[in-house]
Design a protein around this ligand. Structure first.
Ligand SMILES: NC(=O)c1ccc[n+]([C@@H]2O[C@H](COP(=O)([O-])OP(=O)(O)OC[C@H]3O[C@@H](n4cnc5c(N)ncnc54)[C@H](O)[C@@H]3O)[C@@H](O)[C@H]2O)c1
Length: 316
């Protein structure tokens, strides 16, 4: 599937940068408008966080995905109102700042920051960043939400690697406070500084990590998750009891298998394969049970079945 298009994923790109506000320099940029590419688990959550924090937010994906994403964002904000975390006015203002479109060029045309959240596939992301380099304004910061891939390789596709940075949000994006800011070897100082200011303006805590496979979080998290799967395979204990061991015995807020269901088994498999290919080491080798479940479409919460059964109405 081509990485970008004027009408949505799968349609060839028609870059339209002629009327872009292209003459500001990155140093002068105040981020006011954010474009989020990909409206799956992470893209929808990131768009919600940006809109709630006061940014004009444009979300891009295929029409049916956008419909589901907007529904999920509405439901999450409604839940926040019911729990007293969000006022009805804040919910309405966030929704008013958010729009969704299958038109790629239109989505990024006025963006000061683009956050990419398409699947964990280097070729797909590189292709998309190639499109962004011409379709987004020259001043815009280009960020990837990759969990593990090389920011340098993604950035190389733009021909302007100083504009590119990793912004690794965690799931669910509206709850988790950490954002890993990944500095590629050619990420510019102005880009890094804009990224850090942006993360703080979302009320989140940034850490700066160098561009090493899996960064500071996925590299450790994936080892725990894969080992838990191997233990299920070997009949050491049930998924529930392995999770309980880490929750009650080690005070983890969520066990590694339940977390895998939230993240998506396909996403975890992509990360494991990439870390195994780049870092080596048996600890990153994906167990058969993970490959089998992904092949069977048991991707976790988003499909209703993973190591646990989920009510798909509440997914996300
Ligand atoms: N799931 C997690 O917990 C998690 C956490 C942190 C980071 N990430 C990273 O975030 C990224 C997205 O993961 P996800 O879990 O949201 O995946 P997902 O499969 O839920 O969503 C990906 C979305 O991208 C869309 N897409 C594919 N190609 C596209 C294109 N060319 N243009 C526009 N949209 C396109 C798909 O339609 C889909 O809706 C990955 O890099 C992943 O590693 C995931």
């Amino acid at each position: 599937m081509p990485a970008c298009g004027s009408q949505g994923p799968g349609v060839p790109a028609i870059p339209d940068s002629a009327d872009v506000s292209a003459h500001r320099k990155l140093e002068d940029v105040r981020i006011e408008t954010v474009a989020v590419i990909g409206a799956g688990t992470m893209g929808a959550g990131i768009a919600q966080v940006c809109a709630a924090a006061g940014f004009r937010t444009h979300l891009h994906d295929a029409p049916d995905v956008l419909e589901r994403a907007l529904e999920r964002i509405r439901r999450t904000l409604d839940g926040g109102v019911q729990r007293g975390k969000v006022t009805p006015e804040q919910r309405d203002a966030a929704l008013a700042r958010l729009d969704a479109s299958p038109d790629f060029a239109g989505t990024v045309r006025e963006a000061d920051l683009v956050i990419e959240a398409v699947p964990e596939d280097l070729t797909l992301k590189a292709e998309l960043f190639g499109c962004l380099a011409s379709a987004a304004p020259d001043h815009a910061v280009l960020a990837t939400n990759t969990s593990s891939l090389s920011v340098a390789q993604i950035a190389a596709a733009t021909g302007q690697p100083s504009r590119v940075v990793g912004l690794h949000f965690f799931n669910p994006a509206h709850v988790m406070r950490l954002v890993e800011v990944v500095r590629g070897p050619e990420t510019g100082d102005a880009t890094l500084s804009a990224a850090l200011d942006f993360v703080r303006s979302l009320g989140k805590e940034p850490i700066v990590v160098s561009d090493s496979p899996g960064f500071a979080s996925s590299r450790m998290g994936i080892v725990l998750g894969l080992e838990a799967m191997r233990m299920v395979e070997q009949g050491v204990a049930t998924a529930q009891d392995i999770d309980k061991a880490m929750e009650l015995g080690y005070n983890h807020p969520m066990g590694p298998l339940r977390l895998t269901d939230h993240v998506g088994l396909d996403v975890r498999l992509d990360i494991a394969d990439y870390l195994h290919a780049t870092l080596g080491g048996d600890q990153y080798r994906a167990p058969d049970v993970l490959r089998r479940m992904v092949a069977d479409g048991k991707l976790g919460r988003k499909t209703g079945q993973g190591f646990y059964a989920w009510d798909t109405d509440t997914s996300g």
